[in-house]
Design a protein around this ligand. Structure first.
Ligand code: DWN
Length: 415
């Protein structure tokens, strides 16, 4: 991609130009663009954050695509900082190994393998593993964990060379990465080339139904190019001859969906009962009507007023407030709701690479979690609300000493 930004003019899945724009969040820097102190003075590149809804197949997209090299070459997000995330990976690995009777000779390939966390669970079952991820910094960490990793962006060319070298994959996983992919047709060409005849392709991504119903506007950011529901996803599967053989809704990341696919055994293929139920639910919840998206945008504007009234009221009462979780979603919330160091003194986070840095846009300093009990601010705004239970469980002493938590999504509440 020559320039750093590409405008979307037709649907990523069905190529329709019937695109309805909603939720214009303004512009902000990329949400994982943390800054060192020296960089604070430098002007940050800001990119539009707005959504379009394809009135033909129903896919929700961002209005543009930021150059993936800018976002993913050197990546600071790692899943291993969250116990719930690792439990989810453990559950996925044991499900796949048992359900699909994997053996030592079986090959599991993870697209968007990050620091190798998921494959480490598969490795414990003795199967062969391989990661594919463009983040060179994370590929090195994965290799140190004994997870061989191809540090490249997945596409059909990479898939063919991997298939030539390692053979067909019995399982291909793609968790929290499909939303990051611009050319889905190229991705599916790669999966078709890499997956063995009877192999399964397991995807996990945040579910659009949860996002809309729970006001999760802050999971809308530059890394997430698409927001999936079953109807548009099935258009892609039909085009590439895949079918869904199992589906599970998961609580992770505010509500995700795990889909297990295989290459269609027959022209017609089959569709699990669960899929038909979900598609009916999507229709019933108005997921394919403009009004749903207009109402969502209105709720986000109301949320901005409600959260700011709460926080600024506390500041008026001379209360001290900090953030918890220097998450990409937290950087969206603070930038789009205009919550800066005038409200949050700092943010604590368990990720070593983020500590000592400043958040993109609002330049809020990030410290280690231990600072919370040492410093005892009156309130803690949980920016990583998707892990609120885990965080509050970890910080029982802060609560015991009188600290209070604020959970911003789906509506602000003090706990
Ligand atoms: O899709 C993506 C999701 C899966 O992860 C990526 N595009 C980027 C990333 O989004 P995120 O940064 O919003 O993810 P998390 O996992 O919701 O971020 C949680 C943040 O909170 C991390 O920086 C770690 C931190 N944390 C913490 O400090 N203490 C998390 C837990 C559970 C904790 O106890």
């Amino acid at each position: 991609m020559k320039k750093n930004i590409k405008q979307i003019i037709k649907c990523r899945i069905c190529k329709s130009t019937q695109l309805y724009k909603f939720l214009d969040l303004g512009s902000m820097p990329i949400p994982n663009g943390f800054l060192t102190e020296e960089l604070l003075e430098k002007r940050e590149q800001k990119y539009e954050l707005a959504c379009i809804f394809c009135e033909n197949c129903g896919l929700v997209h961002l209005t543009n695509v930021v150059n993936p090299d800018i976002m993913f070459k050197n990546y600071v997000y790692i899943p291993s900082t969250a116990r719930n995330m690792m439990n989810n990976f453990n559950n996925l690995a044991s499900y796949a190994v048992n359900q699909y009777k994997l053996k030592d000779s079986s090959l599991v390939i993870d697209i968007g393998s990050n620091d190798g966390s998921l494959l480490t669970f598969f490795k414990s079952y003795g199967v062969r593993i391989l990661g594919i991820d463009p983040a060179e910094n994370l590929a090195k960490i994965a290799e140190l964990k004994g997870v061989p990793t191809v540090a490249k962006l997945f596409n059909s060319r990479v898939a063919q060379s991997v298939a030539k070298r390692y053979g067909g994959a019995d399982v291909i996983t793609a968790t929290n990465v499909i939303a990051h992919i611009d050319d889905l047709h190229e991705m599916f060409k790669g999966v078709s080339a890499l997956l063995s005849k009877d192999g399964v392709f397991i995807t996990e991504f945040p579910y659009l139904l949860d996002l809309i119903q729970k006001n999760q506007f802050d999971t809308i950011y530059h890394e997430h190019l698409s927001y999936y529901s079953i109807k548009p996803w099935k258009v892609l599967l039909d085009e590439f001859g895949f079918e869904i053989i199992d589906a599970q809704r998961l609580p992770i990341h505010g509500g995700s969906i795990r889909l297990i696919h295989r290459k269609k055994k027959s022209k017609k293929g089959s569709s699990s009962r669960m899929i038909n139920t979900l598609m009916e639910l999507e229709e019933k919840q108005g997921l394919y009507e403009r009004k749903t998206y207009d109402d969502f945008s209105t709720r986000v504007s109301d949320l901005k007023i409600e959260l700011n009234d709460l926080l600024r009221g506390l500041k008026k009462d001379k209360k001290r407030i900090v953030g918890y979780g220097a998450a990409a979603k937290g950087n969206v919330l603070t930038n789009i709701f205009d919550i800066g160091t005038d409200v949050l003194d700092y943010i604590v986070d368990s990720t070593p690479y983020k500590q000592g840095l400043y958040t993109p846009g609002k330049h809020i300093p990030v410290h280690a979690e231990s600072k919370l009990v040492e410093d005892m601010p009156d309130y803690t705004l949980i920016l990583a609300w998707n892990f609120a239970d885990e965080i509050m469980d970890k910080q029982k002493e802060y609560k015991k000493k009188g600290g209070k938590f604020i959970i911003p999504i789906p509506r602000p509440k003090i706990v």
